[in-house]
Design a protein around this ligand. Structure first.
Ligand SMILES: [Zn+2]
Length: 523
């Protein structure tokens, strides 16, 4: 029986939790199709473990984990597919039902060990929690060999008690022991010492892989992960773009590129194909509508500053002057002109393939049609335009409301007004609205038709590429009576893109499988 990922002294296991911890953060929720698309890219990236969700938390999350296990988990050389579970035996059963379809399934179970959590959240004694942890791991081992255990809030737990729990769960069969800094409180030096002390104090620790899960509340998540590796951790839990609860998790791309660029210092490898990093980052931004800040390490717009013209002279004279990494190391495209109005279907397909996207049949037809429409409006079609088109196509939610017609009038001295026609199940509905500007007028018209009231929390417009004729991409975050939903839309017309983004948020809100989640968040 395969038992997941084997630890090696000079290699660290990359455990990606973009689809679990990352996805739980407000404004980052993903549906089944979106999770699948992201999981495919994570597999191309070469992560060792994909934590695909928290199956008991909602019907939709269960379905997402199961679909990821069935498809991505069955690929040749597939990553392990992991599901999160509390220590309740029913939770573990549900988790197994979702991950069992993968060729390498993993169950990750957790319970808090800090007195604060024991007293206020769990209302259990230390002895009761230890027993629940051991029972959970035994129960999970009845299903599969690859079981991971996390003592939640480890950085604030009583050290000796936590070590007793760890020793007991390793005896019960846990293969990976994950030490989370759930609240992002640790500092690198003390965190490194703590990991070293755990390895010393837990007598059977050599029988398990030590892992860390660091949050970024004080900006130390990547530093804490790296120092843990230096102190013997051989798995790190991280996310693309560092997304996650509150200030996020340790960023995968920063950890991987630090290990690679400073191999001389760490002497440790990962299995990650770094040329897939940029695409993974972009895909996540397209799916969630949330873009990284320009100065974000590794994947930010300015991360390779010489591209923006700064230090250009120095770089041209000698690349080593400023460059410690090359853009091609992370697969960053040179943004060169690729296709135009006269490019054929074959050229389109080939170019997509170069970008890592393999489309066929109706999906290719739809994407090609959107490319032709775009090429009519815009002379030069860049790689980034293609990625925008394709990720929109691949990750669409079912369109309960589809935009059929849009007309707006605006100008100095005019009251902006808009007329919108939407289709729902074959029927057309039309209404109009006015507003302070054309976007508000369009949104008021949409509200009049759908009857769904939303409060706009965030609105972002950006050009996908350079040039006056660039595609505008709008990302919105809308509060519909307490449910915060994000939406995105793109068009060369920014008002139309705004309308599409708002409708996308509404379609996500009303999609049939969107259900409530359990409140508990996990490590
Ligand atoms: Zn977390």
């Amino acid at each position: 029986m395969p038992h997941g990922v084997d630890a090696q002294p000079d290699r660290v296991i990359i455990f990606d939790t973009t689809l679990r911890d990352g996805e739980q953060a407000p404004g980052f929720s993903m549906n089944v199709i979106e999770k699948l698309e992201m999981a495919r890219q994570l597999a191309r990236l070469g992560v060792d473990v994909i934590e695909a969700g928290f199956p008991i938390s909602s019907e939709e999350d269960f379905e997402s984990v199961r679909e990821v296990a069935k498809t991505v988990g069955q690929l040749e050389d597939a990553p392990s597919i992991c599901g999160l579970s509390r220590v309740g035996l029913g939770d573990i059963d549900r988790c197994w039902e979702a991950v069992k379809h993968a060729s390498r399934p993993r169950i990750h179970t957790f319970v808090a060990t800090s007195d604060i959590h024991l007293k206020y959240k769990l209302r259990k004694s230390r002895a009761e929690v230890l027993k629940a942890a051991v029972d959970a791991v035994r129960h999970a081992r009845g299903y599969c060999d690859d079981v991971e255990f996390s003592p939640e809030d480890a950085s604030r737990s009583d050290f000796d008690y936590m070590c007793d729990v760890l020793e007991a769960v390793i005896d019960a069969g846990a293969r990976t022991i994950n030490i989370p800094d759930t609240v992002g409180y640790a500092m690198p030096h003390e965190w490194g010492e703590r990991i070293a002390r755990i390895r010393e104090r837990v007598k059977n620790s050599h029988r398990a892989v030590i892992s860390v899960h660091c949050h970024n509340d004080l900006g130390q998540a990547v530093a804490n992960s790296l120092v843990a590796i230096q102190n013997g951790a051989r798995q790190v839990e991280c996310t693309i773009n560092g997304i996650g609860e509150r200030a996020g998790n340790a960023s995968l791309e920063e950890i991987v590129m630090a290990l690679r660029t400073r191999k001389d210092f760490f002497g440790i490898d990962t299995r990650v194909r770094t040329e897939e990093i940029y695409r993974a980052s972009k895909l996540l931004s397209h799916i969630t509508g949330v873009h990284v800040q320009p100065n974000k390490a590794i994947v930010g717009e300015n991360a390779f500053a010489h591209e923006a013209g700064i230090h250009q002279d120095g770089v041209l004279k000698e690349k080593l002057t400023y460059e410690i990494m090359r853009p091609e190391d992370i697969g960053r495209p040179s943004n060169k002109l690729v296709l135009g109005k006269h490019s054929g279907r074959h050229a389109f397909k080939i170019r997509l393939k170069d970008l890592g996207v393999d489309l066929d049949g109706p999906e290719l037809d739809k994407a090609f049609k959107r490319f032709k429409d775009l090429a009519d409006k815009k002379k030069e079609v860049y790689d980034e335009d293609l990625l925008a088109i394709v990720s929109d196509e691949l990750t669409q939610v079912p369109e309960t409301f589809a935009l059929d017609y849009l007309h707006f009038v605006s100008g100095t001295g005019l009251i902006p007004s808009a007329t919108v026609r939407l289709r729902r199940e074959g029927h057309a509905f039309q209404d109009s609205g006015t507003g302070d500007g054309p976007v508000e007028a369009v949104y008021n018209a949409i509200e009049a038709i759908t009857g769904i009231k939303g409060r706009l929390l965030d609105y972002n417009l950006r050009a996908v590429t350079q040039g006056r004729d660039a595609i505008g991409e709008v990302a919105v975050k809308v509060d519909f009576d307490g449910s915060v939903v994000s939406g995105k839309g793109s068009s060369t017309d920014v008002i139309e893109a705004s309308a599409r983004a708002y409708l996308n948020a509404i379609n996500r809100l009303v999609r049939p499988s969107a259900g409530a989640r359990v409140a508990e968040a996990g490590p």
